[in-house]
Design a protein around this ligand. Sequence first.
Ligand code: FES
Length: 166
Amino acid sequence: MKRRNFIQHLCPALSIAEIAFLASCQKEDEPMAPATTEEEKEFQRISALFNADGFFQEGKSVYVNLAHKNFVKLSDISSFSNIIEAGILLLKTDETTIKAFNNCCPHQGARGSWVYSNGRFKCENHGNSYNTTETNPVACDSNSISGGLVRYPVTLFKTYLKVTKS
Ligand code: FES
């Protein structure tokens, strides 16, 4: 199944622009190849597990369906999604990169008060801000008022993002 057809199969309600974005998530040199039998099986297994909000957790892994309406906004550079229940912030940093961070504030652990601007997440709970460049990452709820958010590795599989929390 071609990538574009696969995406349409995944969510027939997507607009052409949304499909174009999702198709562009692949690296330049990634071939437009049919999914292998193993990939199809993995897709079937994963697609059955997503909740109505477009994500699910399995152990330390968080799977996000980028085709879900809650995450389509990640097509815009500097846009972000805070999945409070899963403990992650997703940030679109350039055309091909979505970074994931622990959404726990290094100051006093707030998770739901983030705004993003100029490469930094600011927690509006007390106004402290943290970098997204992995410079001096500081732990959740460690009373730190500077440094960076803890970043998690991200893997892209079709329209699925897998974030591995440490
Ligand atoms: S809890 Fe985030 S700045 Fe205080």
